[in-house]
Design a binder for this molecule. Structure first.
Ligand code: NAD
Ligand code: ZN
Length: 247
């Protein structure tokens, strides 16, 4: 059984690493980009999520982001997030590298979370650098569109997420690849593994000798490199693995 094999493998980890994608938060009610019901079946990603279109038209950006923000701010960690936090607490994971910007791993109690695509919990003024909580800006969206900086009045307030056309955060990428090179067990959860360079992380790990487990609702391009592949929902699969290990 693949669940037992996954549990056996995680239990051997001295330097386990997890990579998570939008799928891990789907059961918290946050829509994924790709896959069934994914947002990009509704929007053109480059139009909605590129720095170019943000700068050209912050109002359009915020009108989409307003609804997504409301959902993400109300979301709570699901049993999949909790299971990953339990694995870290029990010493089977050294860190989680995530493509998510929702902050739910931290809410679940995970200590070392490397955010490759930034965080949606904060908003930065591109003119003066003022940082503000997304929850504060979210309240203003009801009366002001686009929202303006409270210090300098600029209309270019951008969530601290990485949009298409922006560089990856260098320190996060460096840490993620370094941990991947040292990993003995690589757990990949809820990622379509088509967004690069995030998808390099498991490749580096496998090349360096890590044994890989892939848990995803549907097949991924890296399934063939994995020792264990489980096609299922992370909020159901991960707690079962934790229960088998006894973590
Ligand atoms: P993705 O949307 O490209 O792929 C999600 C994958 O998860 C799909 O393959 C889907 O089949 C799978 N999935 C859906 N529900 C699942 C479940 N319950 N259990 C397990 N797997 C499930 O996501 P990605 O690979 O992370 O890349 C997309 C980009 O979107 C990322 O760069 C990220 O920054 C951003 N994003 C973030 C959030 C978030 O923060 N929660 C949400 C949407 C998109
Ligand atoms: Zn400002």
């Amino acid at each position: 059984m693949s669940l037992e094999r996954a549990a056996e493998l995680v239990a051997t980890a001295q330097h386990g690493l997890a990579l998570t994608g939008a799928g891990v938060s789907a059961e918290s009610g946050i829509p994924t980009f790709r896959g069934e019901g994914g947002l990009w079946t509704k929007y053109d990603p480059v139009k909605v999520s590129s720095i170019e279109s943000f700068l050209a038209d912050p109002t359009s950006y915020w009108s989409v982001s307003k609804d997504r923000g409301r959902v993400a701010l109300a979301a709570r960690p699901n049993p999949g997030h909790m299971a990953l936090a339990a694995m870290e607490a029990a010493g089977y994971l050294v860190a989680i590298v995530t493509q998510n910007t929702d902050g739910l791993h931290q809410d679940a109690g995970s200590k070392r979370v490397i955010e490759l695509h930034g965080s949606g919990r904060m908003v930065r003024c591109l003119e003066c650098g003022r940082l503000e909580a997304r929850s504060e800006v979210q309240t203003r969206l009801e009366v002001e569109m686009p929202p303006r900086c409270l210090t300098c009045g600029s209309a270019f307030l951008k969530p601290t997420v990485i949009l298409f056309g922006e560089p990856m955060p260098a320190a996060a990428m460096h840490d993620a690849l370094e941990l991947a090179g040292q990993a003995d067990v690589m757990l990949v959860v809820g990622s379509s593994l088509v967004v690069h360079p995030a998808a390099e992380v498991p490749l580096v790990a496998v090349r360096a000798g890590a044994r890989m487990i892939v848990i995803n609702a549907e097949p991924t391009p890296f399934d063939r490199f994995a020792e264990v592949v489980i096609h299922g929902r992370s909020g159901e699969v991960l707690p079962q693995i934790v229960a088998l290990i006894g973590a």
